[in-house]
Design a protein around this ligand. Sequence first.
Ligand code: ADP
Length: 409
Amino acid sequence: MESAKVLEKIRDDWIRQVSSRLANVEGLREKIRGELQNFFDLLLVSVRTGRPDHMDPILNSWGEALTTGDLEDSAPTLTNLCGEIFQETVAICAAKLDGQESLALLQPVTAIMVHVMIAAGQLEKERELTFLQQRMDNLRGELERLDKSKSDFISVAAHELKTPLTLIEGYTAMFRELLEETDYSQHLQLLLEGMDQGADRLRRIIDDMIDVSLIDNNLLTLNFQPIWLNRMFAMLDEEFRQRIQQRKQELVILAFPGSNELLFADPERLHQAFRNLLSNAIKFTPDGGSITIDGRKLPGFVEITFTDTGIGIPQVDQLRIFEKFNRIGDAALHSSGTVKFKGGGPGLGLPITKGIIEAHGGALWVESEGYDEVQYPGSAFHVLIPARKEPPDEQIAKLFRPLTEMENR
Ligand code: ADP
C-alpha cells in the first residue's frame, strides 16, 4: 500500500494518541489537538511529495511560541516535543499496522522526522541566541546607564565642591593679607599654611573628578604642541626631587633613542600623566628604593617605561586599577597622601592617565610579577604614544612648520 494511504489510515488514532501523550490535562489536550491536526496534514503532504520542508511553517510557528520562560530553563522543548511525536508514531505503527504497512510508512516518516528534529534544534538555538542577545543588550544598557549616572554624579559633585573651595581659598588669601599687618603673623602663618595645603589637596581631587568626567564623556581635548621627552623628564626630576629625597629613593632617568626628538603631544596633559605615574611609583616603593624612567623607539611610536622597585601589583588587579575608583585593597584602610609609603588617593590617577594616553592614540599597561611586601618585585608601567612629527590640526602644523623642518634637517 502507498505510504500516504497508510498514514491516512492511522489519522484518528495518531491525533488522539499523540495529543494524549503530549498533554495529560483535558483542556490542554483540546488545544494541542488543533495543532497536531495541522502537523499531521503537513506530514501527509511531505510524505506525498517526498519533501520534508513542508513541515517548516508549523515548526516556525511553534518556535515563535517558545516563551522566555522555556528559553530561560534552556530545556530543549521543541526538539523534545518532536521526539515524542516520532516515538508515538512508531508505537502506533507497531500496534495498528502490519509489518509491510509499517515499513512503507516509517521509511518516509523517519526521513521527514529527522529533518523536523534538526530544524527544531536549529530553531531553538536561534531563538535562544536572540534571547541571550536581548538579555545582553538589556544588561549593557543598564550598565551604561549606571556608568553614566556615576559620571554625572562625579561632575555634579566636583562642581558643587568647587564653590565652597573657592570661598576657602579667597578668605585664606584675605586672612593672610590682614596678618601681614599684625604681630601674630609667625604663629598664624603656620595655620594658614595648613589651610592652604588642605585647600590645594581638595582642588587637585576636584580637578581629577572633572578630568574623569571629561574622559568618560569623550570631551578631553588635546592641545598639540612640540615636546621633547627628555625635557619633560628633566622637569619631573626637578619637581619630584624633594619628595624623592624625603623618601631616600633614587630616580634614574635614562637617555633612550627618541627621547631627544621633537614630537607633537599635549605637554600639559602628558606631564599630568607622567606625574601620576611617577607619584604612584614613589608612593608604592619603600624608602631606599629606586625608580627608573626608560624607553625605546618603535616604528611610529615611542614607548616610555616607569619601573619601580616597589610592592608590585597582584595579577588579578592589573586591569582593574585602570578603572575609576578601583583602588586595590580595603577602602576602610585608605590613607591619603601624595608621598607617604602606600598613601592612597581617590583612585582616579590611573584612569585619568590612561584616558590622556589613549586620547593621544596611545596605550597604557602595567607589568608586575605580583604583589609582595617582602621581596618587592616592583612594577613597570608602559606608556606607548604615537611619535607624531606633525600635529593633527593643519593650522597648528603650519605654525610649527619652520621648527619641524629645522628638526628634520
Ligand atoms: P590612587 O589615587 O589610589 O593613587 P591610582 O589610580 O593612581 O589611584 O592607582 C590605583 C591603585 O593602583 C593604587 O591605589 C595602587 O593600589 C595601585 N598602584 C598604582 N601604581 C602602583 C605602583 N607603581 N606600584 C604598586 N601599586 C600601584
